[in-house]
Design a protein around this ligand. Structure first.
Ligand SMILES: [Zn+2]
Length: 569
């Protein structure tokens, strides 16, 4: 290792140690710094064995400083990290901007389209609305906007998947409804609107209506007598037309400067039956702007959050609200969220296709950018919510860095996760003269939790990159010093000082005979390796930290292989 690299490692470790110590108001620990540091600096990884020895004295020095000395030192090393620390202190209690014009109970709604389970971008809405519900002690509706049986066809499994995703994020809707159960309500409001002169039936084909509309010209049906509209709308409800033959339009302003607002469609005919049996007989379906506009009023929604690209919705619905004399809810428009850590696009239809083709093992495949995959990886919903609310609600597009979800999750799981050795693609090396059993601690910060017992046996597995040169000493982590004679590790009587001085690499290992084969499922595909024998004692859903690799969720134990899902470094 050259001096430049060593200095960089020392500087990174010192910065991280100062940051962690100040943030948690406690001593920094080697293990807590090691994982994230390796994650963020891929070029450190080949030297993984040397690094604990290099950073341990740096961290000891940090821990000897007073708080003000730590702050001064962090200021000089990385002023932006100190600023980050101070900013986090200020916003901890209030991650989101205040909602506008709160003068009664805050009532908000999630309005998922159940055309598939949630991708990660979809988690932003429940994260933010659920958090507002908590801040304002408000009320939250989960309304499935499932009134398009054709182009955004509902997926029958997605209703429950979405509810379980909301639960995973830590929230519970006060009420759950399906729009497809509420067609009678939408028809009734449409009938009232016809009476008010606010709607008319139109049998223009889409292209010729569009041409007239763009010229600001009414179609011949706009001024038909209300009795005809009444009769034709009832015939729509009875399913007497086919798709494209008849629509019900809202009478707005045919010369409105924004053509998208001119006499928009409220109901249309769809020949394809709805997949839900309870809704399969309907053919006359409301458009989303009509359905959600009526429902927002019916459920007393006070605040709506929606994408900046949907600004026309509020304007279209404004005509409805004016006819009925209703007050429109407050609207917060926000930009899109982008997540670029995945190869798979953040798109329900794309993920659906890859699952159907067998390219992904399901919506919870670790390679899929979905809520279900994060859950399976053992990442807590709370970490997702914290990272999502930190994005705020601004109108500009925002990037969600997976590393911020990981950082949030690390804080939640680190304390509880036992440490286990895990070796990828192990090379078997005989070992002579070692103790029969290694007893490293279950958790370096919690000695009271006791130690693991790893039977060493006659040989160990180490990662091929960790195999030392002939006649070189290494420290087998948790076991002790050995010299590699070209064929075997021979135990030596060196003390831990050789590690502290940085003279030898620290190498992790598992016993060759008694270790457990593991398939580690990651965002980048599956890896195979061996974990120490204790792994089989952990129930599915347990979170452990594979030393030097990262946190993982135990998924299950097969006859000869265990499966774990990698969470993050
Ligand atoms: Zn017409």
């Amino acid at each position: 290792m050259d001096d430049d690299l060593r200095e960089r490692i020392e500087r990174e470790a010192e910065t991280a140690a100062l940051f962690n110590a100040l943030k948690h108001d406690s001593d920094a620990q080697v293990d807590a710094i090691l994982g994230p540091m390796m994650g963020e600096n891929p070029d450190f990884r080949p030297h993984g064995g040397d690094i604990p020895g290099i950073i341990a004295p740096v961290i000891d020095e940090v821990n000897e400083r007073s708080t003000s000395e730590k702050r001064d030192r962090l200021e000089s090393l990385a002023p932006d990290r100190l600023a980050e620390l101070d900013a986090a202190d200020e916003t901890d209690d209030r991650p989101l901007p205040e909602l506008p014009n709160v003068d009664s109970e805050v009532r908000m709604r999630l309005a998922p389209n159940p055309n598939g389970p949630w991708h990660l971008g979809s988690a932003r809405m429940p994260a933010v609305i659920g958090t507002y519900k908590e801040i304002y002690d408000g009320w939250m509706l989960c309304r499935f906007d499932d009134t398009d049986p054709e182009t955004k066809r509902p997926d029958l499994g997605a209703y429950d998947e979405i509810l379980s995703a909301i639960e995973y994020l830590g929230f519970e809707p006060d009420e759950v409804v399906k729009a497809s159960d509420r067609l009678g309500t939408y028809y009734d409001y449409a009938r009232q609107l016809v009476e008010l002169g606010g709607a008319y039936t139109c049998s223009c084909d889409a292209a010729s209506f569009s041409e007239l509309k763009n010229d600001g010209e009414p179609c011949p049906h706009r001024d038909k007598d209300p009795e005809t509209t009444r009769t034709e709308f009832e015939a729509m409800i009875e399913g007497e037309y086919s798709s494209g033959e008849m629509v019900l339009r809202i009478r707005t302003d045919i010369e409105h400067k924004n053509p998208a607002l001119r006499d928009w469609v409220a109901f249309r005919m769809i020949d394809t039956p709805h997949p839900r049996e309870a809704a399969a007989a309907y053919r006359c379906w409301p458009m989303l702007d009509f359905q959600s506009g009526i429902d927002d009023h019916e459920f007393g929604i006070t605040h709506i959050i929606r994408g900046i690209d949907l600004q026309d919705s509020a304007k279209r619905q404004g005509f409805l609200y004016d006819y009925f004399g209703w007050a429109y809810p407050e609207v917060v428009h926000w930009g899109h969220v982008q997540i670029d850590a995945y190869d798979v696009a953040l798109s329900t239809s794309t993920i659906k296709e890859l699952v159907a083709e067998g390219e992904l093992d399901g919506w919870d495949d670790p390679r899929a950018p979905t809520v279900a995959s994060l859950e399976r990886r053992g990442i807590r919903g709370e970490a997702v919510v914290n990272a999502m609310t930190e994005l705020g609600t601004s109108t500009s597009n925002v990037d969600l860095a997976m590393s911020s979800i990981y950082a949030e999750n690390r804080e939640l799981v680190d304390d509880g996760a036992d440490r286990l050795f895990f070796v990828r693609d192990g090379t078997e090396v005989p070992i002579d003269g070692a103790p029969d059993v290694a007893e490293p601690p279950l958790h370096p910060d919690h000695e009271d939790r006791g130690n693991r017992r790893i039977p060493v046996g006659d040989a160990v597995l180490v990662e091929p990159d960790d195999l030392p040169d002939v006649d070189t000493r290494v420290w087998l982590k948790g076991l002790g010093p050995v010299r590699y004679d070209g064929e075997a590790f021979v135990f030596t009587d060196d003390d831990i000082g050789i590690v502290r001085n940085g003279d030898v690499d620290v190498v992790h290992w598992v016993p060759a005979a008694e270790s457990v084969p593991v398939r580690l499922r990651t965002m980048d595909g599956d890896e195979s390796g061996h974990a120490e024998p204790r792994l089989v004692e952990y129930d599915p859903d347990s979170i452990v930290q594979f030393v030097r690799i990262g946190f993982a969720r135990i998924d299950g134990h097969g006859d000869d292989t265990s499966v774990a899902y990698f969470a993050h470094p």
